[in-house]
Design a protein around this ligand. Structure first.
Ligand SMILES: [Zn+2]
Length: 190
């Protein structure tokens, strides 16, 4: 079963993540995002230095389009979670913005562990591939705009990667409810 609407009797909560309330976890995820950003920025910079004087980096149109593309990407990232949730039987997928981050959630159902892992990782995998292809095609002219999008995307997936890291260690009898703002995982008591 990819998802169920009611938990079996003998299930209890084994994991709860709420990045808005749990400041320690939020700090961990932000730290991870910053670490990923730094780790990826250094080789990107070594391959081609930011040249604010001569490159397209200072071109206002390119900068404007990059900023718009970034916001479009945020919507597409959440839509990717949402499409996979729907695919696995998620009902009434909600999209929202908390003021800090955007989210997609489905509060009516419980996803199996394996479908939840696909839901969590889908945007990371899809958009990393998309930006890599764009970089291979347009690195001569749009290196920094595309590097900005790629690195911001990957480090922005820190929350998704963190949740994946927690869930992958749990048994596949697990069911997960994700409202978008918080997630709870349940497993058999015995
Ligand atoms: Zn995500």
């Amino acid at each position: 079963m990819n998802c169920i609407q009611k938990l079996p009797e003998n299930y209890e909560e084994v994991l709860h993540v709420d990045l808005q309330k749990d400041k320690k976890t939020a700090l961990k995820v932000n730290g991870l995002a910053l670490l990923i950003y730094t780790i990826l920025f250094i080789p990107a910079f070594l391959i081609r230095h930011l040249d604010l004087m001569n490159g397209v980096e200072l071109d206002l149109v390119v900068t404007g389009v990059t900023i718009v593309a970034f916001f479009v990407y945020i919507v597409l990232h959440e839509l990717t979670h949402g499409v996979v949730m729907k695919h696995y039987g998620g009902k009434e997928v909600d999209f929202g913005f908390t003021g800090i981050y955007a989210y997609a959630g489905s509060s009516k159902v419980y996803f199996s562990r394996n479908s939840y892992i696909v839901i969590t990782l889908a945007p990371f995998i899809l958009w990393t591939v998309v930006f890599t292809i764009l970089l291979l095609l347009f690195h001569k002219t749009l290196y920094w705009p595309l590097i900005f999008l790629q690195i911001t995307h990957i480090s922005g997936c820190a929350g998704d990667l963190y949740v994946y890291h927690l869930v992958r260690k749990l048994p596949d009898t697990l069911y997960v409810k994700d409202t978008g703002v918080e997630m709870s995982a349940y497993d058999r008591k015995d």
